[in-house]
Design a protein around this ligand. Structure first.
Ligand code: NAD
Ligand code: ADE
Length: 471
């Protein structure tokens, strides 16, 4: 048998550690393990899945679940710092094509995503986190079409590395992306920012395939974004800096699901927490929880730790950094790295010292003196850049929704098409995802009597809430 060479990872010798960690994680991922056992008939047989989602131990359990359901899978990470190298090695050791390692360059990042599209028969489905695989395929198609029609293309504001790669793919095969869209049936998207991108594409009539918004399931965003970040933010800050949170002033930008989890975590460890918000409803929620709500400008010289959690851009500017206390810690937990103005910091710094990977101390000058700013994960998501992301149990909830979305998309065929819009899983599927995670917990559900169910106008077996209920 020819040697398996269809991969690029950091170090295959980490496979046994990775396998041990995957086996530990499986015990904490009841949703995924249950989906493996209830779908023995291989419902994903014939599906060829492009995966572009942080390659962690938890994701490895997702990958092996998809395979156990019959799919062929190729995987890359959706962030240059988030791959857990032992998990990547364990998958490759089983013959699964993985293109990901911690600390990839941006050029390799895009190349790795491109590699995941390279199924001999073409991919049928995408699992995306943040929308970069969706972006690459759609932009690739636009580029090809425009080049073949007018030999020119106006690139939107995207990474130079992606532009260069699309140019060289076109040179090699000017019909590569057209070929991809002949087999591609749909995408399921993991995160808030990726769903924003999809909705924008749908609005502009640029979305070419149906997309499942996994983030909107209550069992995803109301758990992963909230309770996941409640655990993994502190993990990231502490592994990076060892700093004591108690007694510190922490400023959090954004009080959505992620911001709420971050704020709870920092307060529980004894920090004094300030929140910035643009949305009056979220600002009021923060106030009701007892946080002080102020624009960053009002506390920029008081906080010891800054966390961005908005999915927005330019939230911490260089002017803010000029006014920060010496040795303030600055990090981001939102999907992309444009929440903190790293470009100006890199341009204007006096010096930068790397303490260890993903921990950089910048010295900057303000008026007559200099001070330090400790930047984590170069402004990329701190919980995955400086730690290993959320714990397995909460990721099992998110990934159960991913598998349910992939099962929905797999029902699409050339004769049963679905229009290219953004879809959500239904409430019953959401409740089923929750049920799978209640098993073996010290919880027992109350059952409605038929009369009570009738009175509430619901079924005894659910769904118990409408699609519009806000948890
Ligand atoms: P969300 O929409 O629920 O919350 C974001 C909040 O930020 C909103 O309330 C919004 O009003 C506020 N906001 C926007 N711009 C702002 C600004 N300039 N200043 C202050 N507040 C502002 O989104 P979410 O689900 O909380 O996700 C936030 C980000 O985190 C997204 O990028 C998402 O993709 C990402 N995310 C990361 C992880 C992780 O593990 N690191 C997990 C889940 C989501
Ligand atoms: N996002 C946040 N934590 C994660 C994890 N452990 N695995 C994959 N994606 C994540």
């Amino acid at each position: 048998m020819p040697k398996f060479t269809d991969y690029k990872i950091a170090d295959l010798s980490l496979a046994s550690q990775g396998r041990g960690e995957i086996e530990l994680a499986e015990k904490e991922m009841p949703g995924l393990m249950c989906l493996r056992s209830i779908h023995e008939e291989k419902p994903l047989k014939g599906e060829r899945i492009v995966g572009c989602l942080h390659l962690t131990t938890q994701t490895a359990v997702l990958v092996e679940t998809l395979i156990s359901l019959g799919a062929d899978v190729r995987w890359a990470s959706c962030n240059i710092f988030s791959t857990h190298d032992p998990a990547a090695a364990a998958l490759v050791d089983k013959g699964i094509p993985v293109y990901a390692w911690k600390g990839e360059s941006l050029k390799d990042y895009w190349l790795n995503i491109y590699k995941t599209f390279q199924f001999k028969l073409g991919p049928t489905l995408i699992i995306d986190d943040g929308g970069d695989a969706t972006l690459m395929s759609h932009l690739g198609l636009d580029y090809e079409t425009s080049m073949s029609e007018s030999n020119s293309f106006d690139f939107p504001n995207v990474d130079k590395e992606l532009k260069d790669l699309l140019g060289s793919i076109y040179k090699d095969n000017p019909k590569f992306w057209r070929g991809i869209f002949l087999t591609l049936k749909g995408v399921s998207e993991e995160t808030t920012t990726g769903v924003h991108r999809l909705s924008q594409m749908e609005k502009e009539k640029k979305l070419m395939i149906p997309a499942y918004d996994v983030n909107s399931s209550a069992t995803k965003s109301k758990f992963d974004n909230l309770y996941g970040c409640r655990e993994s933010l502190a993990d990231g800050i502490k592994r990076a800096t060892n700093t004591m949170i108690a007694g510190k002033v922490v400023h959090i930008s954004g009080y959505g699901d992620v911001g709420k989890g971050c704020a709870q975590s920092m307060r529980a460890l004894g920090a004094c927490v300030y929140i910035s918000e643009v949305d009056p409803i979220c600002a009021l929620q923060a106030l009701m929880e007892g946080y002080t709500v102020l624009p960053i400008e009002d506390v920029v010289d008081k906080a010891d730790i800054f966390v961005t959690a908005t999915g927005c851009k330019d939230v911490i500017t260089y002017s803010h950094m000029e006014l920060m206390k010496d040795s303030a810690i600055v990090c981001n937990i939102g999907h992309f790295d444009d929440e903190i103005d790293m470009a100006t910091l890199n341009k204007n710094k006096v010096s930068v010292k790397t303490i260890k990977p993903q921990v950089d101390v910048y010295t900057i000058q303000y008026e007559d003196s200099t001070h330090d700013i400790v930047v984590l994960a170069s402004g990329r998501l701190v919980n995955l850049g400086c730690a290993n992301g959320h714990p397995s149990f909460v990721m099992s909830m998110s990934f159960t929704n991913q598998v349910l979305a992939q099962l929905e998309l797999s029902k699409i065929s050339l004769t049963h098409r679905l229009s290219p819009k953004v879809y959500k899983l239904n409430r019953l599927q959401d409740e089923q995802a929750a049920l799978l995670h209640l098993k073996n917990k010290s919880a027992k559900l109350t059952t409605l009597t038929p009369e009570q169910a009738d009175y509430l106008n619901v079924s005894v077996s659910g769904p118990f809430k409408t699609d519009f209920y806000r948890y």
